[in-house]
Design a protein around this ligand. Structure first.
Ligand SMILES: Cc1cc2nc3c(=O)[nH]c(=O)nc-3n(C[C@H](O)[C@H](O)[C@H](O)COP(=O)(O)O)c2cc1C
Length: 220
């Protein structure tokens, strides 16, 4: 099986999208004869010539990107728009998407995921699945045991895909957990996020004491 991948992360091969893809790919390649090619679209804008060629010649194309401000990064939107003239030019193409985000609830990715499915239909391709995963902001700061579990699941998903050519719904559901957090869980998660992510950054920049500043006025 031949799988083509476009990594749409603005961080290219040093981002979280890449880390997750590496494990998916390694699982996919566990089946003898499978091959993978990967492009980093951030390097090819604004023309995206290699990505357009890939789109035209691929059998299976996985486009992977992070959620930025509740949608796709602007550079990924630019990539999608560049595909408009390719509508109907590769009707057999199985188009898949992988969307991962920082907040723990996978639900945040579902809106842009629906857009992606619609995009696949509009390009007259076969919508072939959506891999959605929340909680990825912490991949570089979470304990290895938690991160290893996520990586292992991406490996398993890639392996099953490499064997069957289909995304395994059971693995997708495991990966997407939790879809929502309860208010009790949120009360536990928010202080941890504040401590390990935002406060840490503020400390490094010597501005922690400004955490509660109101530069736009007290009423806003
Ligand atoms: C500019 C920017 C905007 C972001 N917006 C969101 C967001 O709206 N929701 C969310 O859950 N995560 C958001 N994140 C977090 C990223 O989705 C998360 O860190 C992701 O793993 C980054 O992947 P990358 O390293 O491949 O860019 C944002 C990150 C950045 C840099």
């Amino acid at each position: 099986m031949r799988l083509s991948i476009i990594n749409g992360s603005p961080r290219g091969n040093s981002g979280n999208t890449q880390k997750l893809l590496e494990h998916f790919i390694s699982g996919f390649l566990a089946t003898e004869g499978n091959t993978v090619e990967v492009l980093y679209s951030i390097k090819d804008r604004p023309d995206f010539t290699p990505e357009k060629e890939l789109f035209l010649n691929a059998e299976r194309l996985l486009i992977a990107f992070p959620l930025y401000v509740d949608a796709m990064p602007g550079t990924v939107k630019e990539l999608f728009e560049s595909f408009a003239p390719l509508k109907g030019k590769n009707p057999g193409l199985k188009l898949l998407f992988m969307i991962q985000c920082g907040f723990p609830e996978t639900h945040h990715t579902r809106f842009v995921a629906r857009y992606c499915e619609k995009l696949a239909r509009r390009l007259e391709c076969e919508p072939a699945g959506l891999i959605c995963k929340g909680g990825c902001e912490g991949l570089s700061v979470q304990p290895p045991a938690l991160v290893d579990k996520v990586f292992q699941r991406f490996y398993e998903l890639g392996k099953a895909y490499g064997e069957t050519g289909e995304l395994d719904d059971r693995l997708l559901a495991k990966l997407a957990y939790p879809e929502h957090l309860t208010s009790e869980q949120l009360q536990q998660v928010i202080p941890v996020v504040n401590n390990f992510l935002w406060d840490d950054w503020m400390k490094r920049n010597n501005v922690l004491q400004k955490s509660f500043d109101k530069p736009y006025g007290a009423d806003l």
